[in-house]
Design a binder for this molecule. Sequence first.
Ligand code: ASP
Length: 330
Amino acid sequence: MPGLPRIHIVATGGTITGAATSAADTAGYRAGALGIEALLAAIPEAAQLAHLSHEQAFKRDSKDFLPGEWLQLAKQIEQLMTQDDAPAGIVITHGTDTLEETAFFLALTLPRRIPVILTAAMRPASAHSSDGPMNLLQAIAAATRQALAAAGPLIVAANRLWRACDVTKRHTHAPDALGGFEAAPLATAHGTHWRIPPILATQPLFPAPWPDRLPEVWILPGYAGAPAELIDTAIASGVRGLVLALTGHGSVPEAWLPALVRARSQGLAIVRATRVPAGGVTPDANFNDTLQGTLASCGLSPWQARIALMLGLAAGLSHEALQNVFTSAS
Ligand code: ASP
């Protein structure tokens, strides 16, 4: 149809292009088994919304994504946005397992020129009631809405549109697994009609140019009896930073204190985060971050805090500037 915007689809794999041998099988399938063409063939209605172009950037289960591939994707998408015949919007199909990590990385890095919408599915393309086709259709519809560009990369799942920093995988197999805990969705859809509120324009915290590699940052879990050797092992491995996924409000076990002092004296950046899904960790609350030289994740999950720390360390930010990143990215 003439006059329709062009939306470019970047496929990376995941359950949305997963296939099993039986349509009743929603567990024993291979993520990313099909090409994006197979999924597009299931949504001929998309031709009413946009002219589509597509590419297959990866074909994998998102549990196997690597930080270097976030960089690769960011560079690829930045190039698409800035080329002469840039599309009106971009849709990225992805697995749900680490969707929130890729989306958050892109939200911290990509310029906000055109809408970038990530989407996924919980049921493979081969299943009865697969959620992938409708999610993709809704993602394409959202990508045609220029007003969404200012909000940075967003996630479409099950009739809802989410900011990247608000989304987590909340359920291991339910169709509406992706969502927030305290945050509300930015918009809701009825079919392919999105009701979109006014969006505040912001810029990414880490615009290009980006480094070729990201520094190594580990996430260490807090639990009853967690040994301080976890920290010493990380120091010995030469990591640049640690995110502690602690109990409660970022509660540091007494037994970890000497190892944390050793880590700080070796120059490691240390972020207090929490394994609790909502509430986050406030600086200097429940622990003296100022005295101990630690950072607080604010509203970021441990895996989001890891991404922010990797980018912040790569940019050579000071301790204070790093804390500002956590404060303003959540
Ligand atoms: N393991 C799959 C993936 O993340 C799960 C999914 O897509 O729902 O690629």
